[in-house]
Every structure is written in structure tokens, then in C-alpha cells.
Write a protein that binds this ligand. Sequence first.
Ligand SMILES: Nc1nc2c(c(=O)[nH]1)N[C@@H](CN(C=O)c1ccc(C(=O)N[C@@H](CCC(=O)O)C(=O)O)cc1)CN2
Length: 296
Amino acid sequence: MSARVLAGPPVAAALLADAAARASRLPAQPNLVIVSVGDDPASLSYVRGKSRKAGEVGLRNTVHALAETTTQAELLTLIDTLNRDDDVNGILVQLPLPAQIAEAAVLHAIDPRKDVDGFHPLNVGELWAGRPALTPCTPAGIMFLLEHHGVPVAGARAVIVGRSHLVGRPLAALLLNADATVTVAHSRTRDLGSVTREADILVAAAGTPGLITPDMVKPGATVIDVGINRVLKPDGKGHLVGDVHPDVAGVAGALTPVPGGVGPMTVAQLLANTVRAAELQHAARADLEAAGEFVR
Ligand SMILES: Nc1nc2c(c(=O)[nH]1)N[C@@H](CN(C=O)c1ccc(C(=O)N[C@@H](CCC(=O)O)C(=O)O)cc1)CN2
């Protein structure tokens, strides 16, 4: 028997349709600013994809493509300008950044109300406290995908392989907030297979091609593959493969493909977060106006 395929694009389309409908009810089109630094081809391609999709759902957006040699001070100056601009609802800095720029300094500088990536410590703290927050896009997209496909989360044993700030850690908080019993495994976990075999929901986010093999999966489990690994196959061509070995399809109950699984959810969730940020900013302004406060 082969696992049910949890395809991303139709679910991403549903999320985008909802974001577009909510955006159309706002007094102004939400405005997203995307900042990239350097020439990494994959990053530039993700940025183009985000900008294109934003336009498709009716969001205003601007891309600042900065040179590889950009200094941290220059990037922080740009972020300060964007923070102060009331017409900007969302700010995203594409990762990774070149070595001369400290990622934490940049992510901490973004106004948490415009932090559509959900990486600012204030948003991270709210998420772990179980309160509403702007939430990192890949983990939030995975939760939407699970819900859309009717995968039960409450009471499920969830195992995440990978403890990154982009995926593993925030996804652990989201699954915990949704009443799953969560284990985070990583490169130092002993006997990884004995841990992963416990999982009703297994998330592979380690960045290691084919790490999860059929013997590591409980029969019938839902397996979410977050890996995006570019490898050279024997045919001499470059291919995109996940962290989950293809033979896992014979054991799992449901499986996300790579490509076409979690990746499209990341972009859709970014645009949903941008609309959410705009909604919250408009509501805060309306509250101030109702209280007779001066609003710029
Ligand atoms: N500031 C951020 N930087 C990065 C994030 C992020 O969420 N915020 N995530 C990743 C990259 N990423 C978005 O930025 C991203 C990765 C993959 C996809 C995607 O649609 N993948 C496709 C395959 C695309 C291909 O052929 O390369 C798929 O899986 O089907 C979208 C966005 C790191 N940086």
C-alpha cells in the first residue's frame, strides 16, 4: 500500500484565497517589503516567488535586492526606515544572510508588529506562551496542511527531527499549543529510529537527504518532509530531494512530497501573515482614533 499524498499546492491555494478575501476588506491593500542580501540563486528564486504570489493575491510589494557586500549598519538603517513607514505592513529579510551580518541583530531590529516571518523574540515568546502571534511561515503552513487534510493533532505523538529556529522549534510550540505530545530530536539524539517510530506525526526537518528510512516510521504515520536538498543523481542531473527516503511511502499512512508539499505552504503562509499584520495594524489605529488620540 502506498501513502496518501498530502499535496501542498491545492491547500496553499485555499490559504491564499482566504488571505485575498481578507485583504479586500481592509481600507488599503496590505504592503509587504522583502529584503534580500547577496546573490544566492535559491534565495533570489524564493524572493521572486514571494513577490509574484503577493501580486497575484492583490498585495502591494517591493523587493530590495541588496549587494553581497552590504554592511550590517546599512541593512539596519533600511529596516529602521521601513519600521517608521506607516504604509509598510510587513517586512521580511530573506535568510540566510552573508557572514558579515549578524542574523539575530537584524531579526531583532524588525518592528514585531511588521515581523511577518515571526522571528522577532517577542513573537517567539508569545508563541511559546500559547498566545496569538505572527508565526514562522513553514511551521504555520504545516499546521494548516495537517488541519486541511484532517490529520488529528490533539493527543497525537509528534516527533520533529531538527531544532532550527525556522522550523523545528516553532513547530514544536505550535504542535504543543494544539495539544500534541511533542518530542524534538536532533543530530545528537541517540538511537533516532527508536524515537521516530513512536510518532503518529513525524516531521523531518534536518536537511539530510533520505535521513528517514522505512524502518524508522510507524506503519500508518503521517510524515511531513521539510527537506529541500539539491543533489546530483546518477543521471548527472541536479534533483530536489527531501529528508525522507522514497520507500517510506510504503509504510506511512500519509506523506508530503518534495517538491510540491511543504514549500508552497511557506509562501502562502507569508502572505496570510502579511494580511494578519495589516489587519492588526488597522485595528490598533482605529482604536487610537476612537479614543481621540492623534494618529499620523
Ligand atoms: N526569511 C525567511 N528566509 C527563509 C525562509 C523563511 O521562511 N523566511 N524559508 C526558507 C526558504 N523559503 C522561503 O523563504 C522557501 C523554500 C522553499 C519553497 C518552495 O516552494 N519549494 C518548492 C521547490 C522549489 C525549488 O524547486 O527550489 C517545493 O518544495 O515544492 C518556498 C520558500 C529559507 N529562508
